[in-house]
Write a protein that binds this ligand. Structure first.
Ligand code: TYM
Length: 335
């Protein structure tokens, strides 16, 4: 394979507004790497329709999410930013990979099991084959690393298995990617449901990137801590999951260790701790919210970023697709 910089690729579904889990689990780690790596980051709009979407909302969020990516520090000059549906090769490779993925493998995906129990009136084939589309998203770009939160690790592992299976038949076609999961921030839990990951489906416990400082303060004031009598800031994931989650958020944003945080809030109780975490989150998100608010007004600029991103992404993706088509035996007589 040709000599090149190491490559990084990841994506987020525009199925809701970006939240703190997306930021700490994923985007925050993307932005620091654009000098060192060739970076491809996209909005996984094709994935969102595995559950019903309001079309106008999906269009709005696809543009807003681009503004938010840029506001989070992803410079379009240094990162290829694009919309999945603008690059047809994703769907084209997904079909080929469908034929190299086993029914049993897909049945074991925890996200499929979760979503099919949640949306039991719409267990469509797309929900089932979703991880294959994700494998295509990744393998088209031959990335070395896929920075994601912990919940996506299983999908990246399946991607590796599919790639290895394909390579074992046809030779070195795909780079085998590695999931890159940060030590802190990889799993942020809901503020009101510390046993479940933070997600837009529980909005009162979910901090959105575009939330105002007042909303953020309110959400943290209402964060669930624990019901024991100790009432002190101590890291114990089993006994005090709510406190552990808040400490994890605080630690990820300030760089302080759990011991330092315990010392800082020693004898102060949750009434001081919860607003302090809210404060740190609000001041981290404020510049992002303001910049995204400014960018979203410049539709012509965002459209141009999408146009140029689709062009650069397609160039790389089509190269892989051509190779795959050739390997599996699709006749390529057209000039
Ligand atoms: P999605 O859209 O659910 O989430 C996007 C990214 O955010 C991370 N994340 C979290 N991290 C920590 N705590 C949380 N509470 C939390 N919630 C979300 C996710 O791990 C993810 O990194 N299938 C993917 C999107 C996708 C993709 C891809 C990712 C499609 N194709 C190719 C990487 C490569 C998804 O639904 O993520």
């Amino acid at each position: 394979m040709e000599e090149r910089k190491k490559r990084m690729l990841s994506g987020i579904q525009p199925s809701g507004d970006l939240h703190l889990g997306n930021y700490l689990g994923a985007i925050k780690n993307w932005a620091v790497r654009s000098e060192e790596y060739d970076c491809f980051y996209f909005m996984a709009d094709m994935h969102t329709i595995t559950v019903r979407q309001d079309p106008a909302e999906l269009r709005r969020r696809s543009l807003n999410q681009l503004a938010q990516y840029i506001a989070c520090g992803l410079d379009p000059e240094k990162n290829v930013l694009f919309l999945q549906s603008h690059v047809p090769a994703h769907a084209q490779l997904a079909w080929v990979l469908d034929c190299y993925t086993m029914f049993g493998e897909l049945s074991r995906m925890t996200q499929f099991k979760d979503k099919s129990s949640k949306f039991h009136d719409n267990i469509n084939a797309g929900l089932f084959t979703y991880p294959v589309l994700m494998a295509a998203d990744i393998l088209l770009y031959q990335p070395d690393f896929v920075p994601v939160g912990e919940d996506q690790k299983q999908h990246v592992e399946l991607t590796r298995n599919i790639a290895q299976r394909f390579n074992s038949v046809y030779g070195d076609v795909f780079t085998i990617p590695e999931p890159l999961i940060s030590k802190t921030g990889a799993r942020i839990y809901g503020l009101t449901t510390p046993e479940a990951k933070m997600s837009k489906s529980v909005p009162e416990g979910c901090v959105f990137i575009m939330d105002s400082p007042d909303d953020i303060a309110r959400k943290f004031r209402k964060a669930v801590t624990d019901s024991d009598t100790e009432r002190c800031v101590r890291y114990d994931k089993e006994a005090k999951p709510g406190v552990a989650n808040l400490m994890n958020i605080y630690s990820t944003l300030t760089g302080k260790s759990f011991e330092e945080i315990e010392k800082e809030f020693d004898g102060k109780g949750y009434g001081v701790f919860k607003p302090a975490v809210g404060e740190v989150v609000a001041s981290c998100l404020r510049p992002i919210r303001e910049e995204a608010g400014r960018l979203i007004k410049d539709k012509a600029y965002l459209d141009e970023v999408y146009r140029s991103g689709a062009e650069k992404a397609s160039w790389v993706a089509n190269k892989t697709l051509r190779k795959v088509y050739k390997k599996v035996g699709f006749y390529q007589g057209l000039k």
